[in-house]
Ligand binder design. Structure first.
Ligand SMILES: C[S@@+](CC[C@H](N)C(=O)[O-])C[C@H]1O[C@@H](n2cnc3c(N)ncnc32)[C@H](O)[C@@H]1O
Length: 151
């Protein structure tokens, strides 16, 4: 089961969102994965999971220069199908009502997700990786070397 629009589970609280955002984000690409629904997605990526493609927009292609030197990357992405107004959530897995900032749930005021992935190869502006957990079509925010595998 996933959220129907505006449905709240027991214990959940939503708050009114601010009327304006405080900053803008440039989406720099699109992530292609095998998962079309939230229910199909793994809760967290696995480094031996399926091959996924991070397709960087042509404008940012040159920003990939040097990336193959890094066996692991941190991928930041925007959970574009998330509601953003929950302060208390009741995950189905635990049914424990918990604050949003104490969870890795995709439902958050700024639905930014992060995964460490294994870099498999780079083909033009497409970076093939394993370790993601997001829907096909999820917008890419950023790529960085994983600091734990970078000098
Ligand atoms: C628990 S979150 C973890 C995300 C990331 N690894 C993190 O820790 O920040 C992963 C879940 O988010 C949901 N999800 C994936 N892509 C999404 C998207 N584009 N919009 C909304 N929810 C998404 C799926 O239910 C998936 O199982």
């Amino acid at each position: 089961m996933t959220y129907a629009d505006n449905e709240l589970r027991a214990g959940e609280i939503a708050v009114p969102l601010p009327s304006e955002t405080d900053a803008g984000v440039y989406f720099v690409g699109t992530i292609r994965t095998p998962w079309k629904t939230r229910a199909e997605c793994p809760k967290r990526g696995s480094l031996d999971g399926p091959l996924c493609a991070i397709v960087v927009d042509p404008r940012w292609h040159q920003a990939l220069t040097g990336i193959t030197a890094h066996p692991r990357l941190q991928v930041l992405y925007w959970m574009h199908q998330s509601r953003r107004d929950l302060v208390l959530q009741t995950p189905l897995r635990t049914m424990q009502t918990t604050g949003t900032f104490a969870l890795r749930s995709p439902l958050r005021p700024n639905p930014i997700a992060s995964s460490i992935v294994v870099l498999v190869d780079v083909d033009g502006a497409t970076v093939h990786v394993r370790g993601l957990d997001c829907l096909d079509g999820t917008p890419l925010i950023d790529l960085k070397p994983d600091r734990n595998t970078t000098d």
